[in-house]
Design a protein around this ligand. Structure first.
Ligand code: SF4
Length: 227
């Protein structure tokens, strides 16, 4: 270990953002090592199956500063497991970047800087991790943030819609321009659920949910790392 401002990094890379309303934009990725969950559909098991490499915040910021790209995503694994991620987010904001934080939703968001765009999962039953959701986090999200449901089945879909209704996150008449709550994203687990079927359920229910296609799996099928 080098210094106490270090982070365990799984990989640093440059790719197309694939899983949020920012999907399609060129983006720098900081993927931190370690995860406290074990989702049934995880395609990033290497983030917790390997130690990753220890880097200082300055070294990670150097990687970002080598690029003119303004969009930076911190992801994992679960990035909030490492306390120093908060200082990293502050450093990237101070550097003028738009910072996205992708989190599995099981850890408190209290120390995440306000300027960070939070893309938070709500784990559905099909993930095997639905009892790890941290409901207090919903209070922290606002209309710049995003709430993501990854679905394996119609049971997951119905569970997710009920979750939204119970938490008043998805009023039927909500318009994007006036919404106060986070953007709601639904996506289908590749090989488990046909996105066209998911689209038909969203249309039938007339809900302001944004269907997401996992762009990187379409562009680079079978490739998990560095995309
Ligand atoms: S939270 Fe993400 S990285 Fe962790 S097990 Fe689930 S899918 Fe994999």
């Amino acid at each position: 270990m080098k210094t106490n401002d270090g982070l365990r990094v799984s990989e640093l890379f440059y790719s197309i953002q694939g899983e949020s309303s920012y999907a399609g934009y060129p983006c720098l990725f900081i993927r931190l090592a370690g995860c406290n969950l074990r989702c049934t559909y995880c395609d990033a098991t290497y983030t917790y199956g390997e130690d990753g490499r220890q880097m200082t915040i300055a070294e990670i910021v150097d990687f970002v500063q080598e690029s003119p790209v303004g969009l930076v995503e911190i992801t994992g694994g679960e990035p909030l497991l490492q306390e120093n991620v908060h200082a990293l987010m502050e450093a990237l904001i101070a550097d003028g970047r738009t910072v996205l934080l992708e989190t599995n939703g099981s850890i408190g968001l209290d120390k995440v800087p306000d300027a960070v765009v939070i893309i938070m999962d709500i784990k559905c039953p099909g993930s095997g991790m639905a009892d790890m959701n941290h409901p207090a986090n919903l209070e922290r999200l606002n209309n710049k943030d995003e709430l993501k449901f990854v679905l394996r089945s119609q049971q997951d879909y119905l569970w997710a819609v009920e979750f939204l209704q119970k938490n008043k996150l998805c009023p039927a008449a909500s318009a994007t321009a006036t919404r106060k709550h986070p953007r709601i994203l639904f996506s289908a687990v590749t090989d488990d659920l046909d996105p066209a079927e998911l689209a038909s359920w969203i249309l039938a229910d007339h809900l302001p949910i944004q269907l997401q296609l996992q762009l990187h799996t379409l562009l680079w099928p079978g490739q998990n790392r560095g995309v």
